[in-house]
Design a protein. Structure first.
Length: 108
């Protein structure tokens, strides 16, 4: 498989941006204290980071059957990640007895 230098550079930049976003997200997860804040940082970074990496891989492979598979993985990840984050946040909110002390809860 021969790819042009321009396609390779574009793909490498996209993949490196995705890796950088995921590295910053990982740093943010360890920097934040509360579990809901950590989940928010992880979910946002994962979605954008995996998007950039998969777009970079699609640029390398071109429009083929492999790129269709990569798009399928991206769509499945984008459906699964928010659902999992929501379920974990709901579990944390329902089981944490000190929720008002650890985060700001608006008063009614």
């Amino acid at each position: 498989m021969n790819i042009s230098l321009v396609r390779f550079i574009i793909a490498a930049v996209l993949i490196m941006i995705g890796i950088l976003i995921m590295a910053i997200q990982t740093f943010g997860v360890f920097k934040l204290n509360y579990v809901l804040n950590r989940m928010h940082a992880a979910a946002m970074g994962d979605s954008l980071g995996i998007f950039m990496i998969i777009i970079g891989l699609i640029v390398i492979f071109g429009f083929s059957y492999a790129s269709l598979k990569l798009l399928t993985v991206l769509v499945l990840f984008w459906f699964a990640s928010p659902v999992c984050s929501h379920l974990l946040a709901k579990l944390e909110a329902s089981t944490n007895e000190c929720l008002e002390e650890e985060c700001e809860v608006p008063k009614k």
